[in-house]
Design a protein around this ligand. Structure first.
Ligand code: SAM
Length: 219
């Protein structure tokens, strides 16, 4: 049986800056790690980087200027890269094989540009989370469900590991803002008990704001 708890989730910062979407995603990862007793590390941050207050206030969160290669130079074998191009899918047993799970700090793009390759090149062992692109917080949520069997959002804390295909998903959901406005998200999400995609708090409002801005910019 996969071990329960104490895992470390690392997002290696790969974008130029930490935009508002990433900030909400990282707050969601940190909050969920905090709830289940795991750790969340945001690595490879530029030295002058100012971590947003709400993120640094979460005890499970650590900001790190070193890259993951340097942090785990001596024990690379402990680190599993979540890689959309990996040959093997993540399985509950990987919770016994690895105690660090690494994600690319990249906003989702459509079509995907395979920027995870920047981490793949460093030689970490990779696992796929199925064939569809997930947002980074979804990828962390699904990984935790599979290897630790827990999330405070949808399963009781002592739930035993859920294999990848048992996780309920919503693919490419349409977000309806009002009668006339909607947008389709080109990602896979975990489905909550109410049937809606699990998204970071504040994300729907941010998406709506960005959509409104895009329309305003047309005029
Ligand atoms: N478009 C992307 C790229 O350029 O690689 C994927 C970015 S995705 C939004 C951010 C991170 O989530 C990836 O670097 C990877 O670690 C993880 N991820 C997302 N979907 C995944 C999948 N289906 N399998 C494995 N990892 C995934």
């Amino acid at each position: 049986m996969a071990s329960t708890g104490g895992k470390t989730y690392i997002v290696e910062h790969l974008d130029e800056e930490l935009g508002p979407w990433s900030e909400l995603e990282y707050i969601a990862i940190a909050t969920e790690c905090q709830d289940v007793g795991s750790k969340f590390l945001l690595s490879s941050l530029p030295p002058a980087f100012k971590v947003p207050g709400p993120l640094s206030a979460i005890p499970a969160f650590t900001a790190e200027t070193r890259g993951v290669e340097e942090i785990y130079a001596q024990d690379k074998f402990r680190v599993c890269l979540l890689d959309p191009a990996a040959a093997k899918d993540l399985a509950p047993e990987d919770g016994d094989n690895f105690d660090v799970f690494l994600f690319g700090g990249i906003l989702g793009d459509d079509p995907p540009r395979d920027r995870t390759s920047e981490l793949r090149k460093k030689g970490f062992e990779g696992r796929r989370l199925g064939p569809k692109q997930m947002t980074t917080d979804t990828a962390a949520r699904v990984t935790r469900l599979v290897v630790e069997g827990k999330t405070t959002l949808m399963y009781p804390a002592n739930h035993i590991s859920a294999p990848l295909q048992d996780v309920p998903y919503v693919d490419f959901p349409e977000l309806k803002f009002n009668e006339h406005e909607s947008t389709q998200m080109p990602f896979r999400y975990v489905k909550a008990e109410d049937g809606l995609p699990i998204m970071p708090r504040g994300m729907v409002d941010l998406i709506k704001k960005d959509a409104d801005k895009a329309i305003d910019d047309l005029f």
